[in-house]
Design a protein around this ligand. Structure first.
Ligand code: TEU
Ligand code: CA
Length: 556
């Protein structure tokens, strides 16, 4: 059996602090709000809490634009509040993971304020500056959040690179001083006692230094930057250096957010003996519903490719590297709406089925706030209701360039927009779902009257109670952590069937991704096996799988 590690045995819960719990009535979630809900998380059974950025920030991208890496955002509280949160978490044996955003800072970070002043400023090379090319941007890259990836700065008559919004200038990792500063920030938080880090777009930190134009089709406005920014020439060198200089000195959980990675890349980032990170978030299963306009489409995730991709990650990393498992985060729509069925009839069953399918796989599971309640997408009526910089910028860009109509964009945002994940956590049936006594910074999903934590905690058949069970099983059964994975029925259009095996123990996991009742005879060797998990009250017929049914058999 492979080496045992606490971070392989853990279940992580992600908090988006702005939307989790507001303690002072200003409509914005905060650190004291999180502290007040630690017992809730303890009861759910998770071990680790990853909190999206809480540092000082002008909030162009809700904290993913940091202006001081060692200070707490005023809206979220103070450093004393943080210290109290950390110690209260540790008292309950809960670990805290910080979000590190090191590909870029805020343009209001003192480093950037200095950097833009003059060519000979000591901070000039902390960022990426280039002169105009033929009177235009240095190359044809598009910013992730619309428009060119370069912004003109009149002080020095040059452009700076921003892969994300223009308030998120990219740090220059080629500069040794930048890397030293960043490592010392990690060290500072480790000394405070935090337990790990989630590293934002960490595979973008090393760019191809010639900054070439990306390949471009005639009908496209911008070239493809990905080959020049993702998994770049020095990324593994940098991560090994970071690991050697700081990460390896502490007992941490580390996860890299890495869009555009293959399993080959991941084996290097998260290999058992490569000395970089513990695991990465891959995105292949999250981009299956992309269309001509990227994420802005009405496509559903196709089922057979989904099984293929998730299984590929399970097989390829086996024995070599560690997987992370997720359906949701603060950038993704709600999974019960996206891949399940959020109708009155099937929300409950399909949310439980999706939880089963994910949490029985091999890897460290990440549960996003509200996923354990089956929270759904929201339907906004007006563009004014949205808050996300990605959405607001895309709306203007796509309309200006006549790539889509306003109606189409609204439809895309309601299906795929990041604000779906950012509506306030639904605590109870009182006004604003118990999230705030003031006016929430973004609307609460009106279904809080029946989708909320309070009603689910006391209901032993709720989605919440079911997730609690799934988490408990991961603690009790070694096979769920260390067992190998094997896909069955790979061409079945409706059922996801797989096994987990360790020693003499085998689990058979069967999930129906449709609202149809299906006939499926379970393999004979499981006929006498014990049913350990089922999202229906009783299972009477071994050859029928009901709508959105999930069942797990255990054979020893
Ligand atoms: O996300 C990076 C990233 O690739 C995402 O932009 C994701 O693909 C996208 O949101 C889907 O539309 C990270 C953070 O998770 C995100 O919240 C930040 O906006 C971004 O980096 C910039 O820091
Ligand atoms: Ca508040």
């Amino acid at each position: 059996m492979e080496e045992k590690k606490w971070w392989k045995e853990s279940v992580v819960y992600q908090i988006y602090p702005r939307s989790f719990m507001d303690s002072n009535g200003d409509g914005i979630g905060d650190l004291n709000g999180i502290t007040s809900k630690l017992d809730y998380l303890k009861d759910l059974g998770v071990d680790v809490i990853w909190i999206s950025p809480i540092y000082e920030s002008p909030n162009d991208d809700n904290g993913y634009d940091i202006s001081n890496y060692k200070a707490i955002m005023k809206e979220f509280g103070s450093m004393e509040d943080f210290d109290r949160l950390l110690s209260e978490a540790h008292k309950r044996n809960l670990k805290i993971v910080m979000d590190l955003v090191f590909n870029h800072s805020s343009d209001e970070h003192p480093w950037f304020v200095e950097s833009k002043k003059s060519l000979d400023n000591p901070y000039r090379d902390y960022y990426v500056w280039k002169p105009a090319k033929d009177g235009e941007e240095p190359n044809n890259w598009r910013s992730w959040f619309s428009g060119p990836a370069w912004e003109y700065s009149k002080e020095t008559d040059m452009y700076y690179l921003h892969i994300f919004s223009k308030k998120q200038p990219d740090l220059n990792w080629e500069n040794d001083k930048v890397r030293e500063e960043l490592y010392s920030i990690i060290d500072w938080w480790c000394k405070k006692g935090v337990d790990g880090f989630r590293m934002d777009v960490i595979n973008f930190i090393s760019k191809v230094q010639s900054y070439p134009d990306g390949q471009k089709e005639d009908d496209q406005l911008y070239g493809d930057k990905i080959p020049y920014i993702a998994n770049g020439p020095r990324v593994h060198e940098f991560l090994q250096e970071m690991n050697k200089q700081v990460l390896s000195k502490y007992d941490l959980i580390t996860v890299g957010e890495t869009t555009h990675v293959t399993t080959e890349d991941a084996k290097q980032y998260a290999g058992f003996d490569t000395h970089e990170l513990n695991m990465v978030f891959q995105f292949e299963h999250m981009t299956l519903d992309y269309g001509k306009l990227g994420k802005w489409s009405t496509n559903r995730i196709p089922f057979i490719p989904l099984k293929k991709i998730l299984s590929k990650w399970q097989y390829e990393l086996e024995g070599k590297a560690w997987n992370s498992l997720y359906w949701e985060n603060h950038d993704q729509p709600r999974i019960v709406s996206r891949l399940g069925n959020d109708s009155m009839e099937y929300r409950d069953l399909s949310a439980k089925m999706l939880g089963t399918c994910l949490l029985m796989m091999k890897g460290t599971p990440y549960i996003y706030q509200g996923q354990e309640l089956g929270m759904t997408n929201i339907e906004f009526q007006s563009i004014e209701d949205f808050r996300d910089v990605e959405i607001l910028n895309a709306y203007d860009e796509f309309l200006d360039n006549k790539l889509a109509t306003a109606e189409e964009m609204m439809q895309y945002f309601n299906l795929k927009g990041r604000d779906n994940a950012r509506t306030p956590m639904q605590w109870d049936e009182s006004e604003h779902a118990g999230f705030t006594k003031g006016t929430p910074w973004i609307q609460v999903n009106p279904n809080y009257t029946y989708v909320n934590a309070k009603s689910q905690i006391k209901d032993s058949n709720s989605i919440y109670s079911y997730y609690k069970e799934l988490i408990r099983f991961r603690k009790e059964m070694e096979v769920l952590v260390y067992g190998t994975y094997n896909l069955l029925e790979e061409n079945d259009e409706n059922l996801y069937v797989y096994t987990r095996t360790l020693g003499n123990t085998t689990l058979l996991v069967i999930c129906n991704f449709t609202d149809k009742e299906l006939s499926y005879a379970i393999p004979r060797e499981y006929e006498q096996a014990k049913i350990i998990i089922n999202n229906y009250p009783h299972r009477t017929n071994n050859s029928i799988i009901r709508p959105y049914e999930a069942v797990v058999y255990c054979k020893e």
